[in-house]
Ligand binder design. Structure first.
Ligand SMILES: Nc1ncnc2c1ncn2[C@@H]1O[C@H](COP(=O)(O)OP(=O)(O)OP(=O)(O)O)[C@@H](O)[C@H]1O
Ligand SMILES: [Mg+2]
Length: 253
């Protein structure tokens, strides 16, 4: 069962309108839930924060550095709960039964303990789709943000899935985002000299973090692709293993 597993990261840029504070993208989430219903293979979903979590995190200057500013932490966490709630509801309405939880339950000392392997595998065997999200975690020195992209890597180490798909609002990684003929089909290392455009709400490193995490995952020997989650046809192809966006190739390949 485990080696048939796919981990799908639904980027905040697909489930929210990232350039507009606190704006949910209902239309896109409806479409995503239908794609996932059709996919019908063992799956774990991690979703991003988009214009919910990132908005408050940016407003209050909270990042992966620990903070004791609990008033602000409550705001960020609350916004992530409400974003997650919306997703869970729409997924359920479209026949996708999620097993959803904040990652705060899953992490101990910045790691996911092995016991979670069993919990996640069991819930998948009951035909549930485990779902978690980028959120604020509690460390020894206060609260810190742990992004969805990092959770995906931690889950890969725990579960060794066959494939990881990062779904964002772009077809893949571009050499230069302003030139739409510059999609990079394959990335093998961090030496591509890519040009990154600045985006409004992102406190976790945006596309740079995604590239770093994707390369780390590929180095575990797992297939990783970044593709467009707003395009249902592309997403289903990527989930089935077709090369449609940017593919990451690890050292072991
Ligand atoms: N060279 C590039 N190639 C592709 N995307 C780029 C590039 N430079 C900047 N970007 C931006 O990165 C964004 C995707 O990263 P971002 O972290 O915002 O998305 P996400 O992970 O879907 O959202 P979240 O972090 O909320 O989960 C794209 O919307 C794009 O505007
Ligand atoms: Mg991001």
């Amino acid at each position: 069962m485990v080696n048939k597993l796919t981990i799908l990261k639904l980027g905040g840029s697909v489930i929210t309108k990232k350039s507009k504070a606190l704006t949910f993208n209902r239309n896109s989430v409806e479409k995503l839930s239908k794609v996932i219903k059709k996919f019908n293979e063992p799956l774990i979903i991690v979703h991003g924060a988009g214009s919910f979590g990132h908005y408050y995190a940016k407003r209050y200057g909270i990042s992966s550095k620990p903070t004791r500013s609990t008033k602000h932490v409550v705001k960020i966490r609350d916004s992530m709960q409400s974003l997650n709630r919306k997703l869970v509801e729409i997924f359920h309405q479209n026949g996708v039964d999620t097993f959803s939880f904040s990652p705060i339950y899953m992490y101990h000392n910045r790691k996911i303990p092995n016991i979670w392997k069993n919990t996640l595998q069991k819930s998948i065997s009951f035909d549930l789709v485990p779902m978690t999200f980028g959120d604020v975690l509690l460390g020894n020195n206060g609260f810190y943000i742990h992004s969805g992209d990092l959770i995906v890597y931690d889950l890969c180490k725990l579960l060794n899935p066959k494939r990881v798909i990062f779904a964002s609002n772009i077809d893949g990684i571009y050499q230069n985002l302003d030139d739409n003929s510059s999609l990079v089909p394959i990335i093998k290392n961090n030496k591509n000299n890519l040009k990154f455009s600045k985006i409004n709400y992102d406190v976790t490193g945006g596309i740079k973090t995604k590239i770093t995490q994707s390369l780390k995952i590929a180095n575990l020997g797992i297939e990783v692709q970044i593709t467009n989650g707003l395009n249902s046809k592309n997403l289903i192809k990527a989930l089935k293993g077709e090369h449609i966006g940017t593919l990451f190739i690890g050292d072991k390949h």
